[in-house]
Design a protein around this ligand. Sequence first.
Ligand code: UTP
Length: 490
Amino acid sequence: MFGLPRPSGKAFAYGVQSLIDAFHRAGQGHVFAFLDRLDAAERSRLFAEAAEVDLAELDRLKRTLLGTAAAVEVGDLAPAPYVPLPDNGGDSLKWIQARAAGEEALRAGRVAVFTVAGGQGTRLGFDGPKGTYPVTPVRRRPLFAVFADKLRAAERRYGRRIPWFILTSHQNHDATEAFFAQHRWFGLQPEQVLCLRQGRMPAVDSSGRILLETPGSLALSPDGHGGSLRALERAGAFDRMQAAGADIISYFQVDNPLVRAIDPAFIGWHLLTGSEMSSKMVPKAHPEEKVGMFCRRHGRTCVIEYSDLPLERQREVDPATGKLRFLAGSIAIHLFSRDFARRVARGEDGMALPFHRAEKKIPTIDADGRSIQPARPNGIKFELFVFDALPFAAHPLVLETDRAGDFAPVKNAEGADSPATCRDAQLRLFASWLRACGAELPVDANGQPPFPIEVSPLFGDDLAAFAESWRRLEPKPSPVPAGLCLGADA
Ligand code: UTP
């Protein structure tokens, strides 16, 4: 990597010249073709962007990833084994032991939380960082506030401060930090929340030449959620975790307000099985559901994307159980052992995550610097996926979770995984807790209440915690009134 000197004086001129020379040597000198048309600020920006590019890495990618995309090997694929929930045949005693082990780890302050929020959120089409999206049914609390409340609930329960790392992008970093400051970190300590910017990768044409977006800027895009591990390393986050005594990282995506952000049973299973990376699965709702699947290949656990496994294989049924053979859907909830994540981030012992390539329509410029909006894919973007760390992990664990209590992402503006389905999932979960505690609340055949209600994670972030708060609540709101908010003032 290049480090660009500060933009002043002779040192800058010297640093810039060596940068330009290095680009020429790498066959990428064309990115400076319009230098004489740029003003000082535009030049500085271009040099700063160029300094972000790891030319050696790009050269390796050019040699290995250009040409025809290699098909993902799925021939000898088998489903990965997973630990089922007690209700689905899992060993109840082991689940109880795991929960106790996880609680002990939490009381010892061993857990840090990591939310990836560096995506572009194009499908949702919301103006602003996705974490600022108002997601809860009544109070319209933003996603970040929901996670902050989950951290606060766990801190109260286990008596330890939980460090929270948030992956941002160049685009949304400042807005994310400003949002937290504006909301006084939602009751957390400012120093426990660290936003870290993820890296960017340049898009290239079919011969591996970096594309320019304008005469003064490269076509750069986020390096994928797999870039999150490198970003932790760059930001010194692993050292901070180590200093705080945290050696387990709870990883989840910003779009899922139901996530059990701090799940003692999951943490306990991770520890008791000696796993370096653990992942949650839900049984796929139907063969075509668009989630990755946990598989075994060459003796290692991995995630295969739905687009890489032919539909007829996704429809295969296990004759012994009558269920889908590739049943285990990935919901992007993982636990990493800190030192394992650091080794992957550094690419130690051959554990560098592989880049995936995607052919895209990339706005660029022609030889005269005029902008082009391509009608067909004209370039290649490179991305890292975090689940590619799984094959490197010792004793990887896949654990079943109940979808209703852990997964309702907001991805699309409408249809599946949209604000509407996420709201319904929250309502069903809150209603199920109230009814399990004996509250009078009608629901339809899907468990849906007739009006909006809301439960703050500070009142209860799972059934057990909810039941405990409910037991102490006087008077109890039953029958449940429309618009009930429990824990709103906590
Ligand atoms: P998605 O793949 O759902 O993408 O990201 P997205 O960017 O949020 O939305 P679209 O595809 O543009 O509509 C899954 C999770 O990974 C994070 C996202 O913020 C989300 O939490 N992510 C994705 C990153 O942090 N960085 C990336 O480069 C990509």
